[in-house]
Design a binder for this molecule. Structure first.
Ligand code: F6R
Length: 253
């Protein structure tokens, strides 16, 4: 049997997002009182949008993010920061423009790195995570194909930040935002499965009926490269935060 990956099911995505925002807020506060920083691994996509608005709300209520360091999971290769669909834009629009995180504490893979510089760039991203003290809490979504970050089906477990080719389901899912599949970049920089598993805590969020099938498979399947989210079974402190819809195909009891 796969290990102890137990989901937490919330009535709604709002409830799940608020719970995670409060956990992050408490961690930030405790570390600030100890004069220490917090390192967060962050995801993009539709799933964490509510989490980020909750965090912005915590900031408006007085929480400082001055001691927070962030590393984003991934970025499309070939996109300038200024591109509307770049994850740089997403993160600033959804979160960073609304909190007091120092800009130098923000790390998002750079989608404009030239091919010949990609290997050292990816190694440098890992070094920066290590030098920050490692990721305290990694936020994840899950693709309809089971990917985490852009670790697509077939991804091996022992890989750190690297360049990957996007799977056809990932491209299909992004097609609408890009105005057609032909405009979706075919490659991305992503943290590897190893990078994700090295985080001290991992919370994968999944909301809505469209995620119910893959969530059920991820929770019940043996660990397999065919469904990268199953690698989280090998983590000591990983959990799924689900709304009732995403949990609707889990067997009871
Ligand atoms: C985003 C990422 C992806 C998404 C996943 C789910 O940085 O790495 O793994 O988390 O594709 O996307 P949404 O939330 O849009 O369903």
């Amino acid at each position: 049997m796969p290990a102890t990956l137990t989901p937490q099911v919330f009535p709604s995505a709002e409830d799940a997002s608020a719970a995670l925002a409060n956990e992050i807020g408490n961690l930030v506060r405790i570390r600030a009182s100890e004069n220490r920083s917090v390192v967060l691994g962050l995801a993009t996509g539709s799933t964490p949008i509510r989490l980020y608005s909750e965090l912005a709300q915590l900031h408006r209520m007085g929480l400082s993010f001055a001691n927070v360091i962030t590393f984003n999971l991934d970025e499309y290769l070939g996109l300038e920061r200024s591109h509307a669909e770049s994850y740089w834009q997403f993160m600033h629009f959804r979160l960073f423009d609304h909190i007091d995180i120092p800009p130098e504490n923000i790390h998002i893979p750079d989608g404009t790195i030239a091919d010949e510089d990609l290997a050292p760039y990816c190694a440098g991203y890992e070094t920066a995570i290590c030098e920050a003290g490692g990721i305290d809490l990694q936020v994840l979504g899950i693709g309809h194909n089971g990917h985490i970050g852009f670790n697509e089906p077939g991804s091996p477990p022992d890989v750190t930040t690297h360049v990957t080719s996007l799977n056809e389901i990932t491209i299909r899912d992004a097609a609408r935002a890009f105005g057609g599949a032909e405009f979706v970049p075919t490659r991305a920089i992503t943290m590897g499965v190893r990078t994700i598993l090295d985080a001290r805590r991992v919370v994968l969020m999944a909301f809505g009926t469209s995620k119910a099938q893959i969530v059920s498979e991820a929770l019940t399947s043996e660990v397999t490269a065919d469904l990268p989210a199953t690698y989280l079974h090998n983590h000591q402190d990983a959990t799924f935060y689900l709304d009732a819809e995403a949990a609707s195909m889990l067997s009871q009891g």
